[in-house]
Design a protein around this ligand. Structure first.
Ligand code: SAM
Ligand code: SF4
Length: 321
């Protein structure tokens, strides 16, 4: 079992398979990065799996594959299949922008994928084009349809930006409800890779808008990862993810592995240890030791919303969002 010094059990590993992306969302990767990580610096699926096995043997029960855009890496189903075959009880999820899902959703499901979070910030062609800096709406909607028809459990992630998509809080809600997917409104996290004109809505503003649209109550006693959950009178559940909240980190159960092998205790802080060399030498004992050290050094809480310049300079698309 992996337990950090603050008593939190670490059971969740987010694995970034690439930092590359086919979108340029203004809040994440506003500019194309100056250079991409050379392919040989990325861990192969076999190398990622070698570390994931150590994690599972140590108590990891939930794995989410992310990026960058994970579906831009070829044959993603192979990695999912390796994990699923090794430990069918482990809950495997994926976070994706949806664009490439029409061709691969069924294959991913067959490989052992259980759930998928798809980012959808707008239902207006022009607005989504503006946010993603690419004309993507119809393809993303097809991707969502493919995920639903493959039988994956689908959630919708939406970042609400002031003056850009804030008028769509209720239309996104209605769309997600209609397709039977939980929507989670993620508060924008400030970072230096975003356009400097971006600012996000806080969850109290989002909830205020929703309260004029539908009746709901908080069901936050039900644990759902980092989300605060709400339920309408008809039983539809939705969530908010509020990294600026003072108690956001109290139940944090996660670590992150970047595509280059950095094992990261907290998205907010710079601290990381690299497992690539240990894995490439086949030194599983050393890799397990690094895992234990990162858990031991997991920070107590992030400082989003606090006036400090301590925030990591690592981009979210490299850390795995
Ligand atoms: N490309 C995939 C996607 O967009 O779903 C996976 C990676 S992305 C970094 C993971 C999640 O982080 C997405 O839901 C995205 O909206 C969110 N995200 C990215 N940058 C963010 C930011 N600055 N603040 C809040 N959420 C952000
Ligand atoms: Fe790409 Fe996801 Fe970042 Fe958008 S949020 S640029 S889709 S990694």
């Amino acid at each position: 079992m992996l337990r950090d010094p603050f008593g939190r059990e670490v059971t969740y590993l987010r694995v970034s398979v690439t930092e590359r992306c086919n979108f340029r969302c203004r809040y994440c990767m506003a500019e194309k990065p100056f250079s991409w990580v050379p392919k040989e610096n990325l861990l192969s699926y076999e190398e990622l799996f070698a570390f994931i096995k150590i994690g599972i043997d140590s108590g990891i029960r939930k794995i989410r594959i992310t990026g960058g855009e994970p579906t831009t890496r070829e044959n993603l189903d192979e990695l999912i299949s390796m994990i699923h075959t090794y430990a069918p009880e482990v809950d495997i999820g994926l976070t994706s922008n949806g664009y490439l899902l029409p061709a691969i959703a069924h294959k991913l499901k067959r490989a052992g994928l259980k759930r998928i979070n798809i980012s959808l910030d707008s239902l207006e062609t022009e607005t989504l084009h503006y946010i993603a800096q690419k004309d993507v709406l119809s393809q993303v909607l097809k991707g969502i349809e493919a995920a639903v028809s493959a039988g994956l459990s689908v959630k919708i992630n939406s970042v609400i930006l002031r003056g850009i998509n804030e008028h769509e809080i209720t239309t996104l809600f209605d769309y997600a409800k209609e397709i039977g997917a939980q929507i989670r409104y993620i508060e924008y996290m400030e970072n230096s890779y975003a356009s400097n004109t971006i600012s996000g809505l806080r969850s109290d503003e989002i909830l205020e808008t929703l309260s004029h649209h539908t009746h709901f109550t908080s069901v936050s006693s039900i644990k759902s990862g980092p989300a605060n959950l709400y339920e309408t009178s008809t039983g539809y559940r939705f969530g908010t993810i509020e990294p600026h909240r003072h108690d956001f980190c109290a139940t944090c159960d996660r670590l992150r592995l970047s595509a280059e092998g950095d094992l990261i205790g907290c998205l907010y802080f710079e601290g990381a240890k690299n497992i690539k060399e240990a894995i490439r030498c086949g030194d599983t004992r050393e890799a397990a030791k690094i895992l234990a050290e990162v858990v031991d050094n997991k920070p107590e809480k992030n400082l989003w919303g606090v006036d400090t310049n301590e925030v990591s300079s690592r981009a979210f698309y490299r850390t795995g969002g």
